[in-house]
Design a protein around this ligand. Structure first.
Ligand code: SF4
Length: 262
């Protein structure tokens, strides 16, 4: 369970939270930015809570004799269309801009080449035209065709995620128990996914929909650099005190988690 250290910097404050998860309540204390803040600024805390949930589910799977097969060095799933909500897009933009110029240029080249490959496969135009890739329909034909284009995420290096600590929630939530080789074509093979009791990404998509014109509330990760050039920061419109905003976010995640169970 997340717990704030005794030493809280002046720019941070301690915040308690609770998250009902499948008949139990996850409670903890975390450090959040002091004063008014945004969901984008709270992302590291949200990622930490997600890690706790995923870790607990992984332990349960292990104990049940069905361990999670995802491992470093297996990036088969990193050719899928990754949904990135505005808060994650803003945080990743900040992260990119904090990188040395050479690294930024290298990543810009990779994003460009990946976009060109997806354009040549006829996928980009369909993404731009389509509003049908809703969050509840991850395996639409477009998502399948995107995967079949075989274009690796620009952050994938040696089949491992090069931004592992700041990777999107959707990547953290995609876990399988079936043999890794089946992930080479999840549309054709029977890939056994791990069902999480709550997906925090769904709550971020929900809040994303409240501040963007895009009905999805997210963009494909592959559009990140193009999106960042626009300079918009819609995520900064979702504000509150750290404790209040975090609890509002978790309440929405719990509500959406109940829908998931039904
Ligand atoms: S961000 Fe990392 S984990 Fe997610 S698709 Fe890209 S390389 Fe894979």
């Amino acid at each position: 369970m997340p717990d704030a250290s005794a030493d809280t910097p002046a720019s941070m404050a301690k915040a308690g939270f609770s998250l009902p998860v499948k008949g139990t309540v996850l409670r903890g204390t975390v450090q959040v930015p002091a004063g008014k803040t945004t969901l984008t600024a709270l992302l590291p805390v949200i990622q930490g809570i997600e890690n706790v949930i995923v870790g607990a589910v992984a332990n349960q799977a292990q104990a049940a004799g069905k361990p999670i097969s995802c491992k470093a060095g297996c990036g088969a799933c990193c050719r899928q269309m990754v949904p990135l909500n505005v808060f994650e897009a803003e945080a990743l933009t900040d992260w990119l801009q904090s990188q040395p110029a050479e690294r930024q240029a290298e990543l810009a080249g990779r994003f460009h080449r990946a976009l060109c490959a997806l354009r040549d496969a006829g996928v980009i135009d369909r993404i731009l035209e389509s509003e049908s890739v809703a969050e509840d329909e991850p395996m639409t034909q477009l998502a399948i065709d995107y995967f079949h284009a075989g274009v690796a995420c620009p952050f994938l290096e040696n089949e491992s995620c090069s931004i592992y600590p700041v990777r999107p929630l959707a990547c953290r939530e995609y876990l399988v128990m079936s043999p890794p080789e089946l992930c080479k074509d999840p549309a054709a093979n029977e890939v056994t996914g791990v069902r999480l009791p709550v997906k925090l990404s769904r709550a971020l998509h929900h809040f994303g929909r409240t501040v963007t014109l895009d009905p999805r509330g997210w963009i494909p990760l592959i559009f990140l650099m193009a999106w960042a050039k626009g300079g918009a920061r819609p995520g900064e419109h979702v504000t509150g005190s750290g404790e209040e905003l975090l609890q509002r976010f978790l309440d929405k995640a719990a509500e959406l988690g109940k829908d998931q169970e039904n």
